[in-house]
Write a protein that binds this ligand. Structure first.
Ligand code: ZN
Length: 220
């Protein structure tokens, strides 16, 4: 059994970037944890930030449960203002040393969204720190991660290193995405993601639907 950590800057990035892979890990009996950096409190203008954060956490729970995941961590940083700072780095490194994941999924390095970029850099640094015998403030048991994959949300990956056939899980992924009702009010991005996964399947993987990744770290 593998420990898998999915890191989502906002609720729904987990499903968009790797929802099919999450369902596949669950079916294989792997232990999946999803960590949400923010609760997406800036993702709308018709609610207060508190109302929207609560609503989006509830949507995230339903969507994750639909894929078979119940281990969720909400860091509740401010949506749109995620910072690369000491406090966040310590907190995230502590979580990694605690969960001890074999595989970590994060936004790829060229994603155009600001929170996604900062999340990428925070996690790359935290994963590296977790494995070294330094930083006792982050927990005293080191943990070396063998694989980090970068998923695509706002900016398609130009140089794909790895793909996962999710044909069997596309309906489950789309159903989970549609549970983010507050977000689909503005854009029908479930259609866009279905299209992207279809394109990836046909052009890259040789199947109906796939998710594509950059390989950020692998240790054999
Ligand atoms: Zn996002």
């Amino acid at each position: 059994m593998q420990q898998v950590l999915i890191v989502a800057p906002h609720p729904d990035d987990d499903i968009i970037g790797c929802g099919g892979s999450i369902a596949k890990h669950c079916q294989a009996g792997n232990q999946v944890t999803i960590m949400y950096i923010t609760s997406g409190d800036a993702g709308g203008i018709h609610y207060s930030k508190e109302e929207l954060a609560a609503l989006r956490e509830e949507e995230a729970r339903k969507a994750a449960n639909h894929l078979g995941v119940s281990n969720l961590i909400f860091l509740r940083l401010a949506d749109g203002y995620v910072e690369f700072n000491k406090e966040n780095l310590i907190n995230i490194t502590c979580i990694i040393r605690d969960i001890k994941p074999d595989i970590v999924y994060i936004p790829h390095s060229q994603d155009g969204n600001r929170d996604h970029q900062v999340t990428h850099h925070l996690l790359m640094e935290a994963c590296q720190r977790a494995g070294a015998p330094f930083f006792p403030e982050c927990g005293t048991e080191t943990w070396r991660i063998t694989t980090i994959l970068g998923y695509e949300v706002w900016t398609p990956i130009q140089d794909v290193h790895y793909s996962e056939d999710i044909s069997e899980f596309i309906e489950q992924k789309l159903a989970a995405l549609q549970m983010h009702i507050s977000q689909l009010e503005y854009y029908h991005y479930d259609e866009a993601i279905k299209g992207l996964n279809c394109y990836r399947g046909i052009m890259i993987t040789g199947c109906d639907y796939s998710e594509c990744f950059t390989l950020l770290k692998i240790t054999i």
